[in-house]
Design a protein around this ligand. Structure first.
Ligand SMILES: Cc1cc2nc3c(=O)[nH]c(=O)nc-3n(C[C@H](O)[C@H](O)[C@H](O)COP(=O)(O)OP(=O)(O)OC[C@H]3O[C@@H](n4cnc5c(N)ncnc54)[C@H](O)[C@@H]3O)c2cc1C
Length: 364
C-alpha cells in the first residue's frame, strides 16, 4: 500500500472536526489498531507518479517501480487552491491531518477568521471555529450555503442557523484578493470591494479527483477515473472512493461521490469482486456533517430533485426531515438529529413510485 501522506491511515472526517478543534489526536483517529497493518508492505510518504497498464507497473516519485497483478486506485481528491490566491501564512486548505494540525495551531491566537466557501467543509469549519472570542465570516459564492449539496431551501434555513450562532454569512460574494503584512494574510478583499480583516483564512472551495499521475496511462479520465459497474477501469485495475466514477444502476448515470461511506463500501466491493464473490456495485450514497451540535444526515442524491417536502422540528428554524423527489421517486432524504426516521426512507430511495410512500411515512 502506497500513500503520499506519512501518517498511518486515519479517519479523514475528523480533519474538520475533532482534529481541527484539538479534541482528538492523530493517534485517536487512526483507522487501524496497532499491529493490524503489520502484514502489509506500507510505503508511506511516497507518491505514485505514473501507471503503465500494459507492463502492470506503478512508478513512485523516488523511481521505484512496483509490479502488480491487480491494482486498486484510491488516490481520493485534493483541495482546490485557486491560482489567484497567494500562498501566504495564515491561509489554509483542509484535506489532510497535517493541514488540520497546522490550522489548529494557527487558530490558537486567531481573533478573526474568514472561511471561503459554504459547502460541507466550509460550513463545518466555520461552525467548528466560532466561539465567543473568535469572529467568523463565511463567504459563499452562491445564493446560500450548502445549496449545491442540499438545495436552496435547506441552505437558506441553515444560513439562519449559522447567523444565530454569530457567524457573518455573506452570500453572492467572491474573493478578489488577499491583503498581507510581512507575508502573513491580514484581510480578504471581496468582489464588491469590501475588505474583511483576517488573522486566518480557510479555503473550502471544493476538491478535485487526484488523477494527474494517470495521464497517459490509457485509462479513461473524466472528472475521475471512469469505471464499469464492477468499479473496474481496465482488466485487473479498480478505482474506488472519491476518485472513482461509475455507472450507478438506480440513478442511471455516471456518479462520483465524495463521501466517506462510499469510499469504504467501494473498497470492500472492489476487493470482493477481485476475490470472485462480489457483483456490480450499487449503493445509496450517504453523507453526514456535524455543525453546532446538530448532526445532518443525507441518504441519496439531492441534485436531481424538483420536489421538496419539509417536515418541521420542535425548533422552528431547523427542519427534522427534508425529502427530495423527482417525478414519482424519492431521490434523497435529509434528517437533522433524526437517524431513526431516515432508515425506512433509505430503503425507498430511487425505487419506482416511492415519493407518495415516503410522504406517508413522514407525515407533514
Ligand atoms: C475535511 C474533510 C471532512 C470530511 N468530512 C466528511 C463527513 O463528515 N462525512 C462524509 O461522509 N465525508 C466526509 N469527508 C469526505 C471523506 O473524507 C472522503 O470522501 C473520503 O476520505 C474519501 O476516501 P478516499 O480513500 O477515496 O480518498 P482520501 O481519503 O482522499 O485518501 C486518498 C489518499 O491517497 C493519497 N494519494 C493521493 N495521490 C496519491 C499518489 N499519486 N500516490 C500515493 N498516494 C496518493 C492521499 O494523500 C490520501 O492519503 C470529508 C473530507 C474532508 C477533506
Amino acid at each position: 500500500m502506497v500513500g503520499a501522506e506519512r501518517n498511518l491511515p486515519y479517519d479523514r472526517t475528523a480533519v474538520s472536526k475533532g482534529l481541527m478543534s484539538g479534541s482528538d489526536t492523530i493517534d485517536e483517529i487512526g483507522l487501524a489498531f496497532p499491529g493490524e497493518l503489520d502484514d502489509l508492505d506500507l510505503i508511506l510518504g511516497h507518491t505514485a507518479v505514473s501507471l503503465d497498464v500494459e507492463r502492470r507497473r506503478v512508478t513512485l516519485d523516488d523511481g521505484t517501480a512496483l509490479g502488480f497483478e491487480v491494482l486498486f486506485i484510491a488516490t481520493g481528491s485534493a483541495a482546490v487552491w485557486p491560482a489567484s490566491i497567494p500562498h501566504l501564512q495564515g491561509v489554509h486548505t483542509l484535506r489532510t491531518a497535517d493541514d488540520s494540525m497546522a490550522l489548529c495551531a494557527d487558530l490558537s491566537d486567531a481573533k478573526r477568521v474568514v472561511v471561503v466557501g459554504g459547502g460541507f467543509i466550509g460550513a463545518e469549519v466555520a461552525a467548528g471555529i466560532k466561539s465567543a472570542d473568535v469572529d467568523v465570516t463565511m463567504i459563499v459564492a452562491g445564493t446560500v450555503p450548502l445549496e449545491r449539496a442540499l438545495g436552496r431551501e435547506f441552505g437558506e434555513e441553515w444560513a439562519g442557523v449559522h447567523r444565530e450562532h454569530g457567524i457573518d454569512v455573506r452570500c453572492g460574494e467572491y474573493v478578489a484578493s488577499l491583503s498581507a503584512e510581512f507575508d502573513r494574510v491580514s484581510a480578504v478583499v471581496l468582489s464588491d470591494g469590501t475588505s474583511i480583516d483576517a488573522d486566518v483564512v480557510v479555503l473550502g472551495i471544493g476538491a478535485r479527483p487526484v488523477t494527474d499521475w494517470l495521464h497517459g496511462s490509457g485509462l479513461t479520465l473524466s472528472d475521475g477515473v471512469v469505471c464499469d459497474e464492477n468499479l473496474m477501469a481496465a482488466p485487473g485495475i479498480y478505482a474506488i472512493g472519491d476518485v472513482a466514477k461509475w455507472p450507478h444502476p438506480k440513478f442511471g448515470q455516471l456518479l462520483r461521490v465524495e463521501h466517506w461511506t462510499n469510499a469504504h463500501e467501494q473498497g470492500t466491493a472492489a476487493a470482493r469482486h477481485y476475490l470472485g464473490v462480489g457483483g456490480p456495485f450499487e449503493n445509496v450514497p450517504y453523507v453526514w456533517t456535524d455543525q453546532f451540535g446538530y448532526r445532518i444526515q443525507v441518504y441519496g442524491k439531492t441534485t436531481a430533485a424538483d420536489l421538496i417536502h419539509r417536515v418541521p422540528s420542535a425548533n422552528p428554524s431547523v427542519p427534522r426531515i427534508v425529502l427530495y423527489g423527482s417525478g414519482s421517486r424519492l431521490m434523497a432524504a435529509l434528517g437533522v438529529d433524526d437517524p431513526r426516521s431516515l432508515l425506512p426512507l433509505r430503503r425507498l430511495i430511487a425505487q419506482p413510485d416511492s415519493w407518495e410512500h415516503a410522504l406517508s411515512l413522514v407525515g407533514s
